[in-house]
Ligand binder design. Sequence first.
Ligand code: FES
Length: 112
Amino acid sequence: MSESLDENWIRVCEQRELAPGERRVVEGPDVDILVINADGVILAVADECSHQDLPISEGPLDGDIITCPWHDAQFCLRDGEPLSAPAYEPIDCYDIRVENDTIFVAKTPRGG
Ligand code: FES
């Protein structure tokens, strides 16, 4: 395993521990990272709404769309884009890597 060798990735869990519709929050270097199995696709975003920087991890999930539990802004988990007010800025997205049935998430946001 490269888990301890690669400083750029954080271990999330085994693949079987994240069934479709399930989520995990892992501690990132700057913000917590929300990892979600969206109907079989593992996606990761910053657990921080772009509206008031509050955590979105407890929000309702509909496929690859999450609704912030605070003021109902919706975000696409694939690209972090806001889909409804009151959020107008995207949230950060993180790459996922699966190795030996273990899910890893990048420590730094995609393109960031
Ligand atoms: S903090 Fe998410 S919509 Fe306000």
